[in-house]
Write a protein that binds this ligand. Sequence first.
Ligand SMILES: Nc1nc2c(ncn2[C@@H]2O[C@H](COP(=O)(O)OP(=O)(O)OP(=O)(O)O)[C@@H](O)[C@H]2O)c(=O)[nH]1
Ligand SMILES: [Mg+2]
Length: 298
Amino acid sequence: MQEKPAESRHKAGFVNILGNPNVGKSTLMNALVGEKLSIVTPKAQTTRHRILGLVNGEDYQIVYSDTPGIVKPSYRLHETMLKTVKSAFTDADMLVYMIEPHNTEEKDAEIAEKLRKTTIPVLLLINKIDLAKPGEVETLIAEWQQKLPLAGIYAISALHRFNLESVLHWILDKLPFSPPYYPKDELTDKSERFFVAEIIREKIFMNYKQEIPYSCEVAVDSFKEEEKIIRIQAIIYVLRESQKGILIGNKGEALKKTGTDARIDIEKFLGKKVFLEMFVKESKDWRNTENKLKEFGY
Ligand SMILES: Nc1nc2c(ncn2[C@@H]2O[C@H](COP(=O)(O)OP(=O)(O)OP(=O)(O)O)[C@@H](O)[C@H]2O)c(=O)[nH]1
Ligand SMILES: [Mg+2]
């Protein structure tokens, strides 16, 4: 028998990670890619865009997609987030659906039905098993085996990198034969500016309470690389004038802390010294304004 040419033995495909907010999708993608691409916070609805993370091997390329959590839309930004999730449902070679032990059944009922009907291979991951009560995981596995008899099912901890080899093994096994979709030295589809804005948004999620993180959008206005330093100017947009003061804080302390936290991580990400300046502006009701959402890349 003739040996297949190397090109046709190459595997590649889109592995799209879906799930409710906060289940650990971004943590999983970062762990699988081995690089902190997606921002991670303890708050729900952290991720707003679809972010690709590539894992390149000699004879394979896995194109992971981290996606926003599935939400019931209460404003336009949510609608675009949901559209992103839907697109990830249709262009996948494989679907990874992630849940956590204390997830309520009804939250997953609708999607479970879709997953049962699809012809795309499905991997169900029960994440955060480090937080599970005894017996809880076994019960969940049995339940999902009933619901999705064809799916691969694993209990994992994305945070503690527990059982991720099984995940990778399952994915590589199901990956279709195909030439690579992206150059083999690429890691993601997003720009450095995008990740800088995301890191700032992560620090806003960590440092402010209640509605503030959900009211902010970040845009990098200027990014100038010099020999020894990168000078970055970023604008934080808020929904209302009254939120500016909260962001800036007493004597500017709050914004200063957020800026320092962000700069430290941006320097790690870019591998270079960074000078970061941040300005706060009002962008009236941006979450509900079509052309503003477009401008912000949604
Ligand atoms: N204990 C524990 N916490 C985890 C695990 N995986 C993720 N987390 C935490 O869960 C929180 C949410 O993680 P994310 O990765 O941001 O979740 P997500 O699904 O991307 O959330 P959205 O982008 O908001 O939809 C963070 O505080 C993570 O550190 C895990 O295996 N165990
Ligand atoms: Mg996320």
